[in-house]
Design a protein around this ligand. Structure first.
Ligand code: NAD
Length: 415
């Protein structure tokens, strides 16, 4: 059967990885399903005085290597199936990055673009209350995701703290720095991506000072990844956002494009550039391609025209399994999402450690530790890929699943 839902895809990827591992069938069965799925229905008083009912979820895929960890998204299309898949992927990401965490994810079905700040605050506080029985700094630590941000996390932290009667910063990450957030967290995913991209170029023998790059999606991950790569000598020739893309073969100033986007709302119209569609951007003759916007950007229909030798997945799931096979067959190096964008959750882990110790690090210290962690994980995944003659994605899954399986085995099956 062709997997259709996100959770079916996640299970299919897991089933592929375990072919390379000698797991007891019972252990694989445990890892294939979430440990806990909580569905909550809760009322929120809206600004017009009416009462609206919302549905939310919190899924803990695993707590075998540590507390569950993962974001909370607010979106009209949230489903339990999607949250289950995202929780499983978080488990593998935390495992690949050697973090002492399991995986989790949460979501609320709502349209935040049509809600006031007051309504969003009340929704957040009530949702936090509803899932309080299963979250906590030692059990499950939420973070921002699609349409949630540091302010959402501040409300979350405050609500949890009101219930426990004491300030508890470590219950969520991605908080404002004034409330126990970490320096360097905003840049962490882009910084980790830059480190992974430089390592991948090295593997392919491409000098960063002679490399060209195209970046799809100019949000948090894409824009910061782009200007940090530019700082390392990579020539950024094309950038895009939801409104379209820009191309300048002689190179763009990624920071100035960010300033322009801040003023105008889009990269489109940046001076002295050729307009380019998001589809065409993916097919440019560049050394490095960074899909940092959406899922399924590189698929069966366009992969034959994708020319980059190195693809570093800033977004989650930007390459379909079919496209992955085509890229592997032509020898392109794909750094998978669980590794390439793992810098974000790594600095979330640093934030949690700092909160637990009430001792805060300098930005230099955060960045240096992030670099060490990215290089170690990249090196381990590359070694598995070379030893087992598999893609970096399969290697990342082998590493991730093996670590969780070992934890389950060592802990034993309770009682
Ligand atoms: P963001 O909202 O800051 O930016 C997304 C960017 O993509 C925006 O520039 C938007 O205009 C653009 N975009 C939207 N639709 C597009 C389209 N059809 N074509 C081209 N561009 C389009 O989001 P972000 O935080 O940068 O996240 C981007 C991706 O990275 C997501 O897949 C997210 O799950 C993943 N990710 C983010 C983090 C993080 O720490 N922010 C961590 C891990 C993974």
């Amino acid at each position: 059967m062709v997997p259709r839902t996100p959770y079916e895809i996640a299970v299919e990827q897991f089933n592929t990885a375990i072919k390379y591992l000698d797991l007891a069938p019972g252990i694989a069965d445990v890892m294939r399903v979430p440990r806990r799925e909580l569905t909550v229905h809760f009322p929120v008083k809206m600004d017009d005085g009416s009462i609206q009912l919302f549905t939310g979820y919190r899924v803990q895929h695993s707590q075998d290597c540590g507390p569950a960890k993962g974001g909370i998204r607010y979106h009209p299309d949230v489903t339990l199936d999607e949250v289950k898949a995202l929780a499983m992927w978080m488990c593998w990401k935390c495992s690949v990055m050697n973090l002492p965490y399991g995986g989790g994810k949460g979501g609320v079905i709502c349209n935040p673009k049509k809600m006031s700040q007051g309504e969003l605050e009340r929704l957040t506080r009530r949702f936090a209350t509803e899932i309080t029985p299963i979250i906590g700094p030692q059990s499950d630590i939420p973070a921002p995701d699609v349409n949630t941000n540091p302010q959402t996390m501040a409300w979350f932290m405050d609500t949890y703290s009101m219930h426990t009667g004491a300030p508890c910063f470590a219950v969520v990450t991605g908080k404002p720095v004034e409330l126990g957030g970490s320096l360097g967290r905003t840049e962490a995913t882009g910084r980790g991506l830059m480190i992974a991209a430089l390592e991948a170029l090295k593997v392919k023998g491409i000098d960063p000072h002679k490399a060209t790059a195209a970046v799809q999606g100019y949000g948090n991950v894409g824009s910061i990844g782009a200007y940090l790569l530019q700082d390392e000598g990579v020539k950024i020739v094309a950038l895009s956002d939801s409104q379209g893309g820009i191309y300048r073969p002689s190179g763009l100033d990624a920071r100035d494009v960010l300033r322009f986007k801040g003023e105008t709302g889009t990269v489109v119209g940046y001076p002295d550039t050729t307009p380019i569609s998001n589809e065409d951007l993916l097919e440019l003759p560049v050394d490095l391609l960074v899909p940092a916007a959406l899922e399924k950007a590189i698929h069966e229909g366009n992969v034959a025209r994708v020319k980059a030798q190195v693809i570093v997945e800033g977004a989650n799931g930007p390459t379909t399994p079919e496209a992955d096979q085509v890229l592997a067959a032509r020898g392109a190096l794909v750094v998978p999402d669980v590794l390439a964008n793992g810098g974000g959750v790594t600095v979330s882990y640093f934030e949690w450690v700092q909160d637990l110790q009430s001792y805060f690090w300098t930005e230099e210290e955060v960045n240096a530790r992030l670099r060490r962690q990215m290089l170690a994980s990249f090196g381990e995944v590359l070694r598995i890929a070379q030893d087992r003659k598999v893609t970096m994605r399969t290697a990342a899954y082998i590493k991730a699943v093996a670590r969780v399986a070992k934890a389950i085995e060592l802990r034993g099956i309770y009682p």
